[in-house]
Write a protein that binds this ligand. Structure first.
Ligand SMILES: CC[C@@H](C(=O)O)C(=O)SCCNC(=O)CCNC(=O)[C@H](O)C(C)(C)COP(=O)(O)OP(=O)(O)OC[C@H]1O[C@@H](n2cnc3c(N)ncnc32)[C@H](O)[C@@H]1OP(=O)(O)O
Ligand SMILES: [Co+2]
Length: 139
């Protein structure tokens, strides 16, 4: 089931400030345009690294799923890791059969393919996102 690491999600109170940090301290130059994803409650900006992506996420509004995380971590921090899976519904069924808690049902994520989250208590304290592998040619 476990596929490639697609991205590392970083929660931040300000995408603009986080982008500046990655640009000035790490020399990041492949930085996408920020965009809103109200259905997921976040604003998003991708930074390309050679082997994966950094996904900067900022709350879209007060009901954002990352609002609680930022209350506990006001400066932001590492929020989730995302692994690709070939078939999201098969992955969800497999995980549920093994007793894991899946947060909600698969929904379309920032890459346009279905995503779902596994509760951090089942994953050693790490919030894990599973994402159906994009078709060849898509990003
Ligand atoms: C950009 C779109 C999309 C993509 O395509 O990539 C995304 O990535 S969207 C990213 C944001 N969306 C989500 O995170 C959705 C799934 N998350 C949730 O459903 C909730 O955030 C949560 C994981 C259930 C946490 O709910 P919350 O109400 O914020 O927290 P609690 O205070 O109730 O915490 C319960 C428990 O979990 C621990 N926790 C919370 N967040 C994290 C985290 N990011 N990593 C690790 N652990 C986390 C929290 O500390 C609590 O632990 P205990 O105190 O031990 O109970
Ligand atoms: Co993500």
């Amino acid at each position: 089931m476990l596929g490639r690491l697609n991205h590392v999600g970083i929660a931040t109170p300000s995408i603009a400030r986080a982008v500046e940090t990655y640009r000035t301290l790490l020399g990041a130059d492949a930085i996408g345009e920020p965009f809103d994803l109200p259905a997921q409650g976040v604003k998003v900006c991708f930074i390309d690294a050679p082997n994966t992506q950094i996904e900067l996420i900022e709350p879209y509004d007060d009901t954002s799923p990352i609002a609680g995380f930022l209350k506990k971590n006001p400066a932001g921090g590492q929020h989730h890791v995302c692994f690709e899976v070939p078939d999201i519904h098969a992955a969800v069924a497999d995980l549920r059969a093994k007793g894991a808690t899946i947060l909600g049902e698969p929904r379309i994520g920032a890459h346009g393919t279905p995503i779902v989250f596994v509760h951090p208590r089942d994953m050693g304290g790490v919030l894990v996102e599973l994402m159906e592998t994009p078709q060849e040619g898509a990003h």
